[in-house]
Design a protein around this ligand. Structure first.
Ligand code: FE2
Length: 343
């Protein structure tokens, strides 16, 4: 009996080793720290493994937690790739010295230069737009055609927004600083703050729900939250989308605020080549389709089919400002919001 048990234990130990490094090649892995949390990402990484033979080791957590983890792990971190949403989040990793510059002809060719770091510290892989959800029975499209309209006294008590410290809102105001200057950005934050129907609360979906419930008639939200409601199997979720409409703002000036989900190679990556291989694969047609199928973001690479649900949205013009300008303005943006009383 004891011999048998020892044999079993030895066998299971061998199995565990083989499972950690298929084929016995310990370098053929890529460790991903991802701030995303979608079931569809499992299928995406499975497809990458099947295409390349590189095994993905995945750790999912919120971006601030991943940032703290990477700082604590330092040079001994197993992480090779960081995947996070919003350029403001990616910039925080770069600013902390946790990313490395990398070069890739494939990525340079596939990704517009405004949507990746000029030094290769991060690469945009999908696009998201910060737009206005509104009640079409209470407001005309003209009344929500620009971001500035949200700051117009005509909408006093009519606007819902989430906390100003949310990275999406910080990046939105950072882009306003870049496009219109700090004085205009300050006036906009004050105007929207004056128009708030209620203290900032909840996430983006909660803002759209508040419009549908009549608490406010316009709200700031990323486009995909509305698309997910519209594509929901649940009647009560679809009804929220049906009671609201989306405005892609600033079509005559500047274009709608664009942001990214993107990836970075960590400064201490044990498998930097595999890290680039993964990011390049995510910029292929197959990778792009799997990356946005569930999130309802827009593919970043030209010619990739849109995920189901986006075909119902109108064609629109996107802002072409360079996203690498936004991260360093986060602190300024927060000061302007706080001064405006937008919590
Ligand atoms: Fe989001």
């Amino acid at each position: 009996m004891r011999l048998t048990l020892a044999t079993l234990l030895a066998a299971s130990a061998l199995t565990a080793c083989a499972g950690d490094a298929p084929g016995g090649d310990e370098t053929n892995v890529v460790t991903v720290y991802s701030a995303r949390h979608y079931d569809g990402d499992k299928a995406m990484f499975d497809a990458f493994e099947a295409d390349t033979g590189i095994t993905v080791q995945l750790r999912e957590s919120r971006a601030p937690q991943l940032l703290e983890t990477l700082k604590a792990e330092g040079a001994s971190s197993p992480a090779d790739v960081i995947i996070a949403s919003d350029v403001g989040a990616l910039w925080q990793f770069e600013e902390a010295g946790l990313t490395q510059a990398s070069t890739s002809d494939a990525l340079t060719a596939a990704i517009p230069d405004t949507l990746r770091d000029p030094d290769g510290h991060w690469y945009g892989l999908a696009k998201r737009f910060r737009v206005i959800a509104y009640d079409p029975e209470r407001l005309s499209p003209d009344q929500v055609a620009t971001y500035d309209a949200l700051a117009d006294p005509a909408l006093e008590g009519e606007v819902c927004a989430r906390s100003s410290s949310n990275i999406y809102n910080l990046s939105l105001l950072s882009s306003k600083i870049v496009e219109d200057g700090e004085d205009a950005a300050s006036a906009w934050a004050q105007g929207v703050s004056n128009n708030l129907a209620r203290p900032p609360q909840g996430g983006d979906t909660a803002q759209i729900e508040a419009v549908a419930a009549g608490e406010c008639s316009a709200a700031i939200a990323n486009h995909y939250y509305w698309v997910r409601l519209a594509a929901s199997n649940a009647d009560d979720r679809r009804e929220i989308a049906e009671a609201t409409a989306l405005s892609f703002p600033d079509q005559d000036a500047g274009g709608a605020h664009v942001n990214i989900t993107g990836a970075a190679v960590t400064a201490s990556a044990p498998n930097a080549e595999n890290a680039i291989a993964l990011i390049e694969w995510l910029a292929t047609s197959k990778g792009q389709e799997l990356l946005v199928a569930e999130t309802k973001e827009y593919p970043i690479v030209e010619g990739v089919p849109l995920p189901a649900g986006l075909e119902t949205l109108p064609d629109f013009t996107a802002s072409e400002i360079s996203l690498d300008a936004l991260g360093p303005l986060q602190g300024d943006a927060q000061k302007l919001y706080t001064a405006a009383g937008w919590d």
